[in-house]
Design a protein around this ligand. Structure first.
Ligand SMILES: Cc1cc2nc3c(=O)[nH]c(=O)nc-3n(C[C@H](O)[C@H](O)[C@H](O)COP(=O)(O)OP(=O)(O)OC[C@H]3O[C@@H](n4cnc5c(N)ncnc54)[C@H](O)[C@@H]3O)c2cc1C
Ligand code: FES
Length: 272
């Protein structure tokens, strides 16, 4: 592995201008933000903390993965699901309003050697950083589309996101839903295991519910494949000051902090 992204090499706190805030389906939105700085150094797997200014609540910033770098690297797009107070307020923000952005934060994915075989496994909204990763591998790093397989799982058709993003990069996409409304009716880990039996990739990249990531971590160990997972926890600061984002490490003597040690980890380092 090479190109490990160093934390906070170029971290900014600035006001971003809302370029668009589009509803995709039921509770999913995409927001485009532009600022005077640059996201030149942003790497897949990194995130930003957003806070909506001029509002009393919520006081805390909230973390969101970078889904796309846009506007000649002067902006970014975030894919988000409305789950609570901040994301509800965010969904009502209009074009031209502003949002505080802190980032890019955290450690991104370590990239494989050129044209290594890659599995990308996304569960639900966990797909957001993996779209950025896929396009980074294909467009920026020149990976052949045939070296990357995408596995996209969702609860139902309504929750299935970003299929066209992967298809437009020429990637093969396997789809599963819990209710069978699109793709196979099973967990996304089932086609991953079948594919692992046929041909092992050099690395699996994953983001999604913790049950999915534990299952993938176990499989990766059984099949002897490297696996990098992007973890989600509740975060208050986003840069190592509050220690509120601790997760248990396999090394019993220490905790890892998702914002500064992650959010991307080697799956072997995490105790699920
Ligand atoms: C590194 C990182 C990247 C993320 N990327 C994205 C993204 O790209 N798109 C996206 O939609 N969301 C993402 N999230 C999750 C997002 O931060 C939360 O959904 C958001 O903070 C919820 O804020 P809220 O005020 O709307 O909800 P709250 O009112 O704060 O919470 C609503 C409910 O969601 C739960 N919750 C809140 N945050 C999390 C969390 N991080 N993990 C699990 N449960 C949580 C709460 O416990 C509560 O039950 C990411 C989280 C992290 C840590
Ligand atoms: S969110 Fe504050 S230390 Fe990680």
């Amino acid at each position: 592995m090479k190109d490990k992204v160093q934390p906070n090499g170029h971290m900014f706190l600035e006001k971003g201008q809302v370029l668009w805030n589009k509803r995709l389906s039921s509770s999913y939105y995409k927001i485009g933000l532009k600022w005077s700085g640059s996201f030149y150094d942003a790497k897949p797997g990194q995130f930003v903390m957003l806070r909506i200014e001029d509002r009393i609540a919520p006081l805390l910033r909230r973390p969101f993965s970078i889904y796309r770098v846009i506007e000649d690297k002067k902006g970014l797009e975030i894919l988000y699901r409305v789950v609570g107070e901040c994301t509800s307020i965010l969904s009502g923000i209009m074009d031209g309003e502003s949002v505080d952005i802190l980032g890019p934060l955290g450690n991104g994915f370590s990239l494989p050697e050129k044209n290594g075989k890659v599995f990308i496994v996304a569960g639900g909204i966990g797909v957001a950083p993996l779209v950025f990763l896929s396009s980074y591998l294909v467009v920026e790093k020149g990976f052949a589309a045939s070296s990357i397989k995408v596995f996209l799982g969702a609860r139902s058709k309504e929750d299935l996101l970003c299929r066209d993003d992967f298809l437009s990069l020429g990637l093969e996409v396997a789809i599963t839903t819990d209710d069978g409304s699109v793709g196979e009716t099973c967990m996304i880990t089932s086609p991953v295991e079948l594919a692992l039996k046929k041909a092992r990739p050099d690395v699996i990249y994953a983001c999604g519910p913790s049950g999915m990531m534990k299952c993938l971590a176990d499989m990766a160990e059984d099949y002897g494949v490297a696996c990098q997972i992007s973890m989600e926890t509740v975060m208050a600061c986003g840069f190592g000051a509050c220690l509120g984002c601790a997760v248990e490490s396999k090394d019993e003597s220490k905790y890892l902090h998702v914002c500064k040690d992650g959010p991307v980890f080697d799956s072997r380092d995490i105790r699920f």
